[in-house]
Design a protein around this ligand. Structure first.
Ligand code: ZN
Length: 349
């Protein structure tokens, strides 16, 4: 079994929602449930040894648009969120992450050494990530506090606009150049992340935002859960120019398992074959090289191929990649070593 360290999941969102409905996140993660994609037993079964776990404040009003007769769709951007309620939600999700750590349900990791140790011990290695920074104030006081609580990665925006920058909508077909990039505060946020050693994630940001980060940040460029725009032209996927810039910076792209971002027709169909996933990996490896492609499942945050189903099925993708001719040393890079390399860089190790 090839252990996987994965670039993006939304398990904290699922645990938070269930907690709001009276559930116990620690018990749910440790003993497992049939719902969603990730818990400790299923992660273990599928060799999902760890990953970046998102604090994500949901947009309750977002309803994805159905495709028209040509298969085209364009969901309007979710409305901006207010800081106060976003901070409350983000604190609750961070607290779940800390409680899971305290209960030994998972290990909250702040260095690649801690990640490797947790993986060796067989305990899920979680890294605290923030997907969209509505919980962060303009003075970045909350950034300092979340960093102290273990935050080691963030995306300035989700697919909506905030005080730091602009996000892309869910739309097919569409270029990622949909709106302006970083705001003045966004540039300050990027510089603060460089100083503190917090990874900056470019998933969900507009193309102009991508280039703004590229010219400002001293880190490798990362898109934690995105695919190739040349194969699936959704606004969330990356153009060839963006892939080239990621390669040149020494960064990586994590393959997103969301079927709408994998299929050539962009449709929401869980019958999407594993070969579509392999096709995106092949394309990105040919464009960028084996050192710049990794995995970013979006478990618990997207509809994914039924051939994987949940974390327990993660090795089905590894087997498909092996079947496509990837050697063991290449699989090791795709599955975990590339992620550990870029995290170490961003964290000043
Ligand atoms: Zn996302």
């Amino acid at each position: 079994m090839e252990l996987v360290f994965d670039g993006h999941n939304d398990v904290l969102l699922r645990l938070w929602r269930n907690m709001k409905a009276g559930g116990d996140p620690v018990a749910e993660f440790m003993s497992g449930t049939p719902a969603g994609h990730i818990d400790a037993p299923r992660a273990k079964a599928g060799g999902l040894a760890g990953g970046l776990c998102a604090i994500y404040v949901p947009s309750g009003d977002l309803i994805l648009k159905e495709p028209d007769e040509n298969g085209h769709y364009e969901t309007p951007l979710a409305a901006p969120l207010e800081h106060g309620p976003s901070l409350s939600t983000a604190l609750e999700m961070a607290a779940i992450s800390l409680r899971l750590d305290r209960a030994n349900a998972w290990r909250l990791c702040r260095s690649t050494r801690e990640i490797r140790k947790a993986m060796a011990e067989g305990i899920f290695a979680a890294v605290m990530h923030m997907e969209g920074c509505e919980a962060i104030d303009p003075d970045l006081a909350a950034l300092e506090v979340f960093h102290a609580a273990g935050l080691r990665s963030l995306g300035p925006v989700w697919s909506r606009h905030n005080i730091f920058g602009h996000g892309v909508p869910f739309a097919y077909p569409m270029s990622p150049d949909t709106a302006p990039g970083l705001t003045e505060l966004g540039f300050e946020l990027v510089k603060a992340c460089n100083r503190l050693g917090i990874l900056i994630d470019l998933a969900h940001i507009t193309e102009r935002g991508f280039w703004d980060v590229a010219k400002t940040s001293d880190q490798p460029l990362i898109a934690s859960h995105s695919n190739a725009h040349a194969l699936t032209p959704v606004a969330r996927n990356l153009t060839d120019r963006q892939l080239d810039a990621i390669r040149e910076s020494g960064g990586l792209v994590g393959l997103n398992y969301a079927v709408t971002m994998l299929r050539a027709d962009g449709r929401d169909d869980v019958g999407t074959p594993l070969s579509d996933m392999v096709r995106h990996v092949n394309y990105m490896v040919e464009r960028m090289g084996i050192d710049h492609v990794s995995l970013g499942s979006d478990f618990d945050g997207a509809s994914i191929p039924q051939d994987i189903q949940d974390a327990a099925g993660n090795q089905n993708l590894v087997a498909a990649l092996k079947g496509a001719g990837y050697a063991d040393v290449e699989l090791m890079k795709l599955c975990r070593e590339n992620w550990l390399r870029v995290l170490g860089k961003a964290w000043h190790e």
